[in-house]
Design a protein around this ligand. Sequence first.
Ligand code: GDC
Length: 336
Amino acid sequence: MIKNKKILIVGAGGFIGGHLTKKLLENNNSIVAADIKPKEYWFQDFENVKNYYSMDMKEINNCRKVTKNIDYVFNMACNMGGMGFIENNKAECMQSVLINTNLLIACKEDGIKKYFFSSSACAYNKSKQQDVFVEGLKENDAYPADPEDGYGWEKLFSERMCRHFMEDYGIEVRIGRYHNIYGPYGTFDGGREKAPAALCRKVIEAKQNNKKKIEVWGDGKQTRTFLYIDDCIEGTLRLFESNYSEPVNIGSDEQVSINQMIEIIESVTNTKKLERVYQLDKPKGVRGRSSNNDLVKKILNWSFKIKLKEGLKKTYNWISGEMSKQGSNLSRFTKS
Ligand code: GDC
């Protein structure tokens, strides 16, 4: 595990960036943390982070302010969300290319040795994701390129940018392709939430309001693999310390339909079966997506540990706690 290093985390105010910051602080690293959000909206508070920056990292001069005297850089920043956001905000999503590009340029100028880029399963070719319960996507299924429009193109292009900064300027890069990461301290309302948090919230709301129905986007048969945040952080750090510089899936093996995920939420929370109201006109994304984890097992000797049942229970309990708090605490997880 990385120890006693000076690390820049861009996107530290977000969901995955926040958990990564916490873990690296526990291992006595010195953290420089940057995020576009004002500090009061960062998803987690850290007492021992010395340098906080709330600034737009699409600007190269802001990147240059934070890359001095740094050992490692983690780029966890992008303008993103679940299907409801990325399907309707393609231009915004694509502008995250400026964060990665300008950060890499600043890293090159300051002689940074190692750089992590948080990519996404949305980088994969859509033609391999047209059925439910599909074969897991292998890393080379990203080419020929036909990723998710907008957000996925940005991720694929930025992966490529990392590769060329390594080849041409010698910056060691590590690239994780995340498969729908979920857990506490993430967005659960407001439009950017992904399915696990959204569906936990809807079940909680139904119970609070004594309703017998929940709204589900699509027909509920679409499939995914979801990865709990603690596994994501462990996979990320192991990948960072490996010698492997090509993109690698960080995902689970537990492929479920959205209907099955709702059943799991109901069963772990003792909720009586709710009637599903299927909203076929809502954003659905690909029909089926799952992570093939052969490569990550081979190169890192690592696999996810937390089953969906356990992860959803923790996520549900955390969201339920946040929803019962009134006022400002809630808003940081519902704003962009
Ligand atoms: O949003 P998401 O989790 O993103 O949606 C998964 C599926 O769940 C979709 O088919 C969606 O229609 C369905 N769904 C049903 N009800 C709801 O209330 C709901 N809210 C949401 N959000 N979805 C619902 C994601 C990207 C991420 C990220 C990961 C990588 O795509 O949005 O930004 O990069 O992929 O795997 P998903 O899995 O399509």
